[in-house]
Design a protein around this ligand. Structure first.
Ligand code: SAM
Ligand code: SF4
Length: 461
């Protein structure tokens, strides 16, 4: 049995920190403002806050930390569901093997290319490839083929530059093959770190093995994949517990590999076909608590990306952008073939989506809120991953690259994919951003924009 998570220690820490006073909270927030992260004790104190006034201070500090590290950038991506067949039986998921209501579908490579082309034509550059879990050799080869298909698909001058995955946990040997296939981030959510709850939710299939699941990142990193993404599915167990467990998982990876995860995802349970658990979560997380989760994570691990999906409503997503989210999906479909079908006529989706807008609508909205959508994949393409990325991020140097790259990739989006209204709003935002840049950054960005307008595909630094 692995000891990555020490449950008793988590419960003891949570018990010790009830009803924190204002002075202690303010000390913790001023420590967080120095961007060095927070201890489990500090985090437990913030979790215990129940005064509205102190909570607003937490939100305010999270916003400052987010701005200091990420500026106003929001990285955009889309999911591509290749298959909804699954040998597991996770009680909350529509893809579980017992769900006979669901129409099963596995896309052919031609269909994957068609879906990819549709995403490229929207202006996407990053995809996360998702599948249910099936555990035979062919399934793994299917994953490798799908990644190759996505990278090989072109439409006009557009292509997908980074394929992240959210698929099964594999052996070290298969993770080596995934790395050789050039995946970006390998994502896998522990769902719940609480062992008993995990066992209840995953009674059958390979996923029933908690230890195999939680050690996936160790195997991925051993195989040389240095951008990994973790997450918990909020609603299955008490979120206070999950936050401290996420931090223990991060501490474990730091200790073993000298680096933590590249991203944390914060999926919250959504209704899913035929699942009672998904419709009435055992530990419902309110919208306010969801915001608190994001703000606390931003303060605790300031350099780790936080990913927000379209599970959440438009209004809540808008709030979360301010609190520390750095990457968002947009225009998502959660069924295989979902971009080619006008609606889910196969009843094949994984869960209901809260933000149903298309990419252009999301981009326009983000711009109206003052955020700069970024389609940048430069770090991955230039090998700035894992430790070398964190080194640049922690010394503040990454910002000098991210800001010009975000502007240039957004400019490319505006030139080729945006609606006239979005283009107008976007051009104004770019002008404002350039006016606020240093002369050196401004010249560099203008040079990259000129290269882009001349047709250079690799205009980034
Ligand atoms: N099959 C792989 C797995 O389970 O890790 C990866 C893909 S699965 C399609 C991606 C994630 O969707 C799961 O890890 C789970 O957290 C999330 N998910 C499943 N059912 C959900 C639901 N009803 N509401 C929100 N998220 C859900
Ligand atoms: Fe299968 Fe993943 Fe859904 Fe579980 S969460 S049933 S493993 S697709």
């Amino acid at each position: 049995m692995t000891n990555i998570i020490d449950e008793q220690k988590i419960f003891n820490t949570l018990d010790k920190h009830q009803q924190p006073d204002r002075i202690l909270v303010q000390e913790i927030l001023s420590k967080a403002s120095e961007l060095g992260g927070l201890s489990a004790e500090d985090v437990a104190t913030l979790i215990a806050i129940d005064s509205e006034e102190l909570l607003l201070e937490v939100f305010h500090t999270a916003k400052k930390v987010k701005e200091a590290i990420y500026g106003n950038r929001l990285v955009i991506f889309a999911p591509l569901y290749a298959s909804n067949t699954c040998t597991n039986n996770c009680l909350y998921c529509a893809f579980r093997t017992d769900n006979k209501e669901l129409k099963r579908r596995t896309l052919s490579q031609t269909e994957i290319a068609e879906e990819t082309k549709l995403l490229i034509d929207q202006g996407q550059k990053r995809i996360v490839l998702l599948t249910g879990e099936a555990h035979d050799h062919d399934n793994f080869q299917y994953i490798l083929d799908s990644i190759a298909t996505i990278y090989a698909t072109k439409s006009g001058a557009g292509k997908i530059c980074r394929v992240n995955t959210n698929i099964a946990p594999y052996t070290v040997e298969n993770f080596r093959r995934l790395k050789a296939a050039n995946i970006g981030t390998y994502q896998l959510f522990q769902e719940t770190y609480h062992r008993d709850t995990y066992q209840k939710m995953h009674a059958a299939g390979k996923k029933a093995d908690y230890d195999w699941h939680i050690t996936a990142m160790d195997r991925a990193m051993t195989a040389g994949i240095d951008d990994v993404g973790i997450g918990a599915l909020f609603g299955l167990a008490n979120w206070h517990f999950e936050i401290l467990a996420l931090l223990q998982h991060i501490a474990h990876l730091n200790q073993e590999f000298g680096i933590g995860p590249h991203t944390i995802s914060v999926p919250r349970l959504e209704p899913a076909s035929g699942s009672n658990i998904a419709s009435s979560p055992p530990y419902l997380v309110s919208d306010q608590d969801f915001c608190k989760i994001i703000a606390i994570l931003r303060l605790a691990v300031p350099y780790t990306g936080i990913i927000l999906s379209t599970r959440e409503s438009v209004a809540l997503r808008r709030q979360c952008f301010e609190l520390g989210v750095s990457q968002i999906s947009a225009g998502s479909r959660t069924s295989p073939g979902g971009y080619s079908e006008s609606k889910d006529k196969f009843n094949a989706s994984q869960f209901s989506v809260g933000d149903c807008r298309n990419l252009d609508e999301v981009v326009k909205d983000i711009v109206s809120l003052g955020f700069m959508p970024s389609f940048c994949t430069a770090c991955y393409r230039l090998g700035r991953t894992g430790e070398s990325f964190m080194e640049l991020a922690k010394t503040g140097k990454i910002k000098n690259m991210c800001t010009p790259n975000a502007i240039v990739t957004f400019k490319e989006y505006l030139l080729h994919y945006a609606s006239p209204d979005t283009r107008d709003a976007g051009e104004k935002l770019i002008a404002k951003e350039l006016a606020a840049s240093s002369e050196q950054q401004k010249q560099l960005t203008l040079k990259l924009i000129a290269q882009l307008e001349e047709g250079t595909q690799e205009a980034y630094i």
